[in-house]
Design a protein around this ligand. Structure first.
Ligand code: ZN
Ligand code: MN
Length: 509
């Protein structure tokens, strides 16, 4: 047991189990008003089906696509933020496959062979994992069009029919492909979160929109076959899907079986991956240059103009939060990891210049409340004005910090002003000395043993304070309560020892 030799063998096994994960992320450029190759509105969510369509995005014969210049700008912006080399001359390619969501039977995309180059290549992103900085290489970034949307009545397997809505067909997508540099499901989640924050800071993407970021992951362990998991819908799901897949593959390998190269589907409900098909080969897509679009030439001036207009990126914002607001790096990173959170923070600070206090409330109670209700900040009803009002109520001594903790989740869910909740529920802090003295006497009578302990041992006072807080549901002014309890204990100590006090004079009357 535990010989050096065995330890080495175990380490070898660990190495052999090495997990390699690569991501292929599809991101809609949601800030665009129109589609990638036509003037139809790209704002398809909640619109009546098949109303935002034209001959181009329906693929009618003779219709000719024209590249959306703004889409190219945004894509270059993203490529630069991901430290990529931007191609100076590129073409679009047709990726052919037959499927009902694809009216032309091909997707206009880009290809990195047969004379094709993607929009950008060879980038990287740094992520921080458990205090360690790690470089994740980005293989390529390219532009392509989104297919239409299939709509089912209930679960896909039970729906009697499939409906198709082409409003989404032709919406601009950025495809971002990493090298297989990620080594755990957690790293994949951190990478995606960072990517989302960068794209949001660029102002080209809103990740809170449903389906705006979709992810495929390929994963292999112990140098075995690569398995692709398709269309995972969210950060949490990526982590879960990958964790399941690692388990499944290890299990096979441990039994001496081999992992098949295939495409699998993540079933969110059952939380398992299911075999979909053995992966089609690239040649099945019969890529060829899109003859209806001219090659795109990207000039030095075009790139420079974009560089000059680059907004503040997350890494710079973290630095600024530390410098301008005196936040610790940890706070700054948590806040900036989500643009909405960082914006919320700055709006609060503009209203009330107490950055660290605001950051504390956001990082502990606000985030916990969002997490518990599975909400994004944008879905929550709380506003910066309301959070600041709550902190002011505490600072002014109207409510205790404990009450703040109690009402914050209500503010998140209902959008009610803290002052209103406090009034409705009678949560104003008890600061009346007379009332608190009466309550302390009650607590003393009810806890004679604790009073005796407190006379011997300073620490036992906390128990008495706790009892009083329970009685007042956290409303007692903590400082005043502490003071009164100490005074009364001193008085007891001062008079010669006698068993726990009887009714106080005020009550005896
Ligand atoms: Zn159209
Ligand atoms: Mn794609």
């Amino acid at each position: 047991m535990g010989t050096p030799h065995e330890a080495a063998a175990q380490e070898n096994t660990m190495k052999e189990w090495r997990t390699r994960i690569g991501l292929e992320v599809h991101v809609q450029l949601t800030a665009l008003k129109t589609k990638l190759f036509c003037g139809c509105s790209a704002d398809y969510r909640g619109k009546p089906p098949n109303t935002l369509v034209c001959p181009v995005c329906l693929g009618l014969p003779g219709a000719l696509p024209v590249l959306n210049r703004k889409a190219l700008e945004y894509a270059v912006m993203a490529a630069l933020a991901l430290n990529c080399k931007v191609s100076r001359r590129m073409m679009f390619f047709r990726k052919n496959y037959f499927y009902i969501d694809l009216p032309k039977n091909f997707q206009i995309s880009q290809y990195d062979r047969a004379g094709g180059v993607p929009l950008a290549t060879d980038g990287f992103l740094h992520i921080d994992v458990d205090g360690r900085r790690k470089k994740v290489r980005i293989r390529r970034v390219h532009l392509e069009e989104d297919p239409g949307r299939l709509v089912h009545l209930g679960p896909i397997g039970e729906s009697p029919y499939t409906l198709v809505d082409y409003n989404r067909a032709g919406v601009a997508l950025l495809e971002i492909v990493t090298e297989p540099d990620l080594e755990s499901p957690k790293e994949a989640r951190i990478f995606l979160r960072k990517l989302r924050s960068i794209l949001e800071h660029l102002g080209i993407f809103d990740g809170s929109l449903e389906g705006a970021m979709r992810c495929d992951a390929n994963i292999s362990i112990a140098g075995g076959a690569r398995v692709e998991i398709k269309n995972i819908s969210s950060f949490k799901e990526v982590e879960r899907a990958l964790a399941f897949e690692i388990m499944r593959q290890r299990d096979l390998l441990e039994k001496g079986l081999t992992v098949r190269r295939e495409t699998r589907h993540w079933d969110e409900v059952r939380r398992i991956t299911i075999s979909l098909r053995t992966k089609e080969e690239e040649q099945d897509y019969r890529y060829f240059p899109e003859p209806d679009l001219v090659p795109v030439v990207i000039t030095e001036e075009f790139i420079q103009a974009i560089k000059d207009r680059m907004p503040e990126l997350p890494e710079e914002r973290v630095q600024r939060f530390m410098r301008e607001y005196g936040l610790p790096r940890y706070d700054a990173e948590v806040l900036v990891s989500d643009k909405a959170l960082a914006d919320f923070f700055e709006q609060c600070v503009a209203l009330y210049h107490k950055p660290k206090v605001i950051s504390n409330w956001m990082m502990s109670d606000l985030l916990r409340s969002l997490y518990e209700h599975n909400l994004e900040l944008s879905e929550a009803k709380i506003t910066p004005e309301h959070l600041v009002e709550m902190i002011r109520l505490i600072d002014e001594g109207v409510i205790s910090g404990k009450i703040g903790k109690r009402i914050l989740p209500k503010m998140v869910l209902t959008g009610k002003r803290p002052g209103e909740i406090v009034k409705e529920e009678g949560l104003v802090k008890i600061t009346s000395r007379k009332l608190l003295e009466e309550l302390v006497d009650q607590v003393f009578r009810e806890n004679p043993k604790a009073v005796r302990d407190a006379l011997q041992n300073e620490k036992a006072i906390h128990y008495l304070i706790g009892q009083l807080m329970r009685k007042t549901r956290g409303k007692a002014d903590p400082q005043l309560t502490n003071q009164i309890i100490r005074e009364k204990l001193e008085r007891i100590q001062g008079s010669e020892f006698r068993p726990p006090p009887g009714p106080s004079p005020s009550e005896g009357a």
